[in-house]
Structure formats: C-alpha cells, structure tokens
Design a protein around this ligand. Structure first.
Ligand code: GLC
Length: 547
C-alpha cells in the first residue's frame, strides 16, 4: 500500500555565515594506509601528496591527516615523541610542507591531528620524568596502594584494557633508574602504557602545546583534529569508579577521567590562538560525551568549531533511532550556534558496511546512509576507502595485528586493524597500487575489484555515487546549510527529509516501497523504478530529489 508524502513546504534554511567549515566535507587519511611512495609497505606523506588529485576529483573540501609525527608507533602514531618532527617512516618536514602547499593549490584545506592528552613514553619529557627530573610534574605520578605500594593508585582502567596505571622504576638520582619492582610510583595512562597522560594543571604543558599549535599553523595548516579532546582534565583527587569494564561506559556517562568541565578552558584558550591567525583555522574535537547536549559544550562560540558526532556513528540501521539521533544532534548544536558534524566510519571503529550487516545488504545500507548523511545540514567526514564501499577486514591473522588494544584486551571486541587495511588503488599489482612492496596489513584479494581504478567511470559504483553526491552538494549549497530538517510523512521504514527545494528519501526496509513521485531524481544509491505517477524505492536505498 502506498501512503502519500505530505506536501508541507520545507522550511527555508538560510546559511548562517560564510565559514567554510560549517558545511565542509572532510576526508580522513589514515597515513599508514593511504599510499606508500617509497616501497616500505607503509603509507607516507609523499604518497598522500601524489594522490591528492583523487581527493580533489572526489569533491571534498579538506583532508584530515592522522598523526605523522616522530613516534615509536606503539599506537599507530598516537604516541608522539616529537610534536614538531615528521617520523622518518612518513617522510620529512619538507614533505609536510609540500603536501600542505599542493593541497592548497588544488583547493583542499589540510587539518592535522594533535595529541595533547598523552605523549609517547619515549618523549624527552617522560624520559626525564622517569629519571626524576622536574618533568615528573608534567605527568601523573602517584604512590601505589597496599603495604608496599604494589597496587595501582585507583581503579581506573585503560581504554585499551587492563589498569590505567603502570609502576615506574625509582629514579637513582644519577639520571638512571632501578627496576620497577623496587618500589617506584605509578604513572597514569588512559591508553597504552607507552602513552603516559600529561598533567594539564602544569603551565609548562599548556605553553608547550600552544607553541606546537603555532608551529603547524605557521607551516600553513588549516586546523587541528584534537585527539581525546575530552580527556585532558581529570577529576580532583582521582576518585575510584567502583565499576569494571569502564571502556564500555565511555560516551554513555561522565567518568572522572573524561568529559570533565575543566577541559573547556583549554579549548577556549586554543580558540583564541586559532582566531589570532589569518584565514579560518579550525579545531575539531574528538570528544566522547554521553549526550548531544554535553557534546555541544565543546562547540560553544568560544570553543572548538566542530566535534565529531559519535551518536550518529553509533546509531544502528533503524529509521526511528536515526531520526531521533539526527534531530537531537541538530537541536543540541543549534542551541550553541554550531554546525553538526556527521561521521559514519573512522580508523577506530568497524567500517559501516560491515556494521550495518555484512554482504550486499550492508553495502546497500552504507551507500544509502552516505546519501542520507550528505543531505544533512552541517559538515560530513568521509573515512578513506568509504568511497569505495570497503568492508571491515575481519579475518586478519593474529601475527599481523598491530592495534595495542588487541594485545591488552580480554574478551573485548572492536579491534581496530580491520578498518586500517591499506586501500586499493588499482585492480592488480603489488598491494593493489598502495605501494610497490606489499602493505603492512594484507589486503583481501577481492579488493582489486573495489579499487579506485575498477570503480572509476562505472555507473552506479560506490565511488561514482560519492563523486556525484559531492558534485550535487556543491551545486546546491543549501544542502549542507542551516541547522534543521523537515521530516515529511512517509511509509513505515522510509525517512523523508526535506530541505529548501530538496528531498532525500531513505528506504531502510529490506523490500521495495512505492510512493507518489515527489520530484525529479537528482541521484540514487539504488535504481528506483517508475510507474504511473509512482516510484518504487529499492530496499535499503536513498534517493535525492529536486522538489
Ligand atoms: C583517539 C584516536 C585513537 C587513539 C586514541 C589514543 O581515540 O582516534 O586512534 O588510539 O585516541 O590516542
């Protein structure tokens, strides 16, 4: 049975300001896995520069590059030993400079990742701290509990599993240390032991980060993605939580180590710093907050420009839940005058075609979700390979895994190597064009057919769908503008959201749904069938209409 779409006129949604980031489509490059220019099996900065035409051709506005700084790579570069140097694995400082310049020449902005919650345990500060220098105060060292200090100072758990504390050796006063067992203090690491948390109460820490931000802004970057932006401040007294499996509570409740009110002062100071630069340099908070309202605090007018909307990423393929999350996200960010950001995948989560159900249905839904996301007001993030419809790689052998959470977790799922497999550029050849000497994680053989080469020019391919969607979004700037959508009445399981002169219908059901033709098709993730004044929306598909 067909129900009619309501004819309520969509609201006019004026663009609030001309700021580029409000509706920008930003492409995430996971540097190790994008393109390898020197044949060591690991992606690098020159590889990214050589592939920038792909991003310009795709039609994105900006590229966010995950950390490429000097690092022992205990957590894929999120353990930084020198914030002003490029790791030799990824190139030289001049490669970063060339990359930024070439991106700008192609009309792409560049956002780099900054990791302020923790350093590497090989950072000179931490080495000096272990040796008993004044840098000890830049981290969180505490005596242990128990008769001999043999128990961690509190019950906090690492996000990667196990206790969030490691016992350090006792400094011997000569710049050396004794063995850890010999009664040393414990240091806090909310992630791996190789990532000691910084003490943001110490002024040297904030001064150093302001200087690091300036270093990269002076080099010409357009902004920062702020890693663990909700983590820098810990609750006074570091109280016990009293519950196990704390990683599962992240983003569901406020924990004494995350989303503390004090972090906002840091974001305010960084906003002042960003605003002091020419051009619109932005900050994007990777903040896990329990509600859309608490997340909105990070994007108040004097704080960051954007925050990732993980509630949308976490939402299952369920029309009611999706609508609820979209409305709640829009309302929360509108309340502070910020744009909402939409994200479906990144380097920390299972790729969304697999999350939505493996096989053909998962891919159909992923394509439909992409059109739904790109029809929403605000900014959208695309994770490399998403435009190819890549699934999660679920059968990596243990011996190739590198994610620290794989080695630390007990019975947790969600290991992150499966979404980090290098992306395929060509049908055949070594690592499908990723590089000349294989890839640090093996690609499935079937990925040749998902490569950029195999999908280019093929009507209906996922790559051409993304290209077309981004082209339509550019032609209709109203698409990313505004801060609300109008939902039209639609048959069960169909979402129909209207913007100014535009409609997106998403059939979330596993069967075809028939509707009166609502307008002229601009683009579809399926192949709608037309009858006498009616359209049959294919299962798990989105269609864009001019109305
Ligand atoms: C963020 C990053 C993740 C990293 C963690 C610790 O969540 O996205 O990849 O492991 O921070 O830096």
């Amino acid at each position: 049975m067909t129900q009619e779409l309501s004819t309520t006129a969509p609201e006019h949604l004026p663009r609030q300001r001309g700021d580029w980031w409000r509706d920008a489509v930003i492409y995430q490059v996971y540097v190790r896995s994008f393109a390898d220019s020197d044949g060591d099996g690991i992606g690098d900065l020159r590889g990214i520069r050589e592939r920038l035409p792909h991003l310009a051709g795709l039609g994105v506005d900006a590229v966010w590059i995950t950390p490429f700084y000097a690092s022992p790579q205990a957590d894929g570069g999120y353990d930084v030993a020198d914030y002003r140097a490029v790791d030799p694995l990824f190139g030289k400082l001049s490669d970063a400079d060339d990359l930024v310049r070439e991106a700008h020449r192609l009309g792409l902005r560049v956002i780099v990742d900054i990791v302020p919650n923790h350093t590497s345990d090989q950072h000179p500060w931490f080495l000096a701290a272990l040796a008993g220098g004044p840098e000890r105060a830049y981290y969180h060292f505490r005596p242990g509990k128990g008769a001999n200090g043999e128990l961690p100072p509190n019950d906090w758990e690492s996000v990667f599993g196990g206790p969030a504390w490691t016992r350090a050796a006792v400094p011997d006063g000569d710049g050396g240390t004794s063995q850890p067992e010999a009664g040393g203090e414990w240091y806090l690491h909310l992630f791996a032991p190789e990532q000691p948390d910084l003490n943001w109460e110490h002024p040297a820490v904030s001064e150093e980060f302001a200087s690091v931000l300036r270093f990269w802004l002076d080099l010409g970057v357009d902004g920062f993605r702020i890693d663990v932006a909700h983590g820098m401040v810990k609750a006074d007294g570091m109280p016990d939580i009293g519950l196990r499996e704390q990683a599962k509570m992240i983003g569901a409740q406020v924990l004494p180590f995350f989303d503390q009110d004090g972090v906002h002062e840091i974001h305010r100071s960084w906003r002042r710093l960003l605003d002091g630069y020419e051009g619109e340099r932005i900050g994007v908070a990777e903040a896990w907050a329990p509600t859309a309202e608490r997340l909105a605090l990070y994007v108040r007018p004097d704080e960051m420009h954007q925050a990732f909307n993980f509630q949308f990423l976490r939402c299952p393929w369920d029309p009611d839940r999706m609508r609820e999350v979209i409305d709640a996200s829009l309302a929360a960010t509108a309340s502070v005058g910020a744009p909402t950001t939409w994200v479906l995948s990144n380097h920390d989560v299972v790729r969304h075609p697999t999350r939505y159900g493996d096989g053909p249905a998962g891919l159909r839904r992923a394509r439909a979700a992409a059109l739904l996301m790109l029809a929403l007001p605000g900014s959208a993030y695309i994770y490399q390979g998403e435009e190819l419809g890549l699934p999660e790689v679920t059968d990596l052998p243990d011996e190739v895994r590198q994610d620290p959470s794989f080695f630390r977790a007990e019975g947790q799922d969600g290991f992150r190597d499966g979404c980090r497999v290098p992306i395929p550029w060509t049908r055949s050849g070594s690592s499908h064009g990723f590089g000349s000497a294989g890839s640090w994680l093996p690609q499935p053989d079937s990925w040749g057919e998902l490569s950029v080469e195999a999908q280019t020019g093929v009507p209906g391919s996922t790559l051409e769908l993304y290209r077309a969607a981004l082209a339509v979004r550019r032609e209709h700037p109203g698409l990313g503008a505004g801060d609300a959508v109008t939902w039209l009445d639609a048959p069960e399981g169909v979402l129909a959201l209207a913007r100014d002169g535009f409609l997106c219908t998403t059939n979330t059901t596993g069967t075809e749904v028939e509707l009166p033709v609502p307008g002229t098709v601009l683009l579809s993730s399926g192949a709608p069938g037309f009858g006498d004044g009616t359209v049959r929306l294919p299962a798990d598909s989105s269609t864009w209409w001019a109305i």
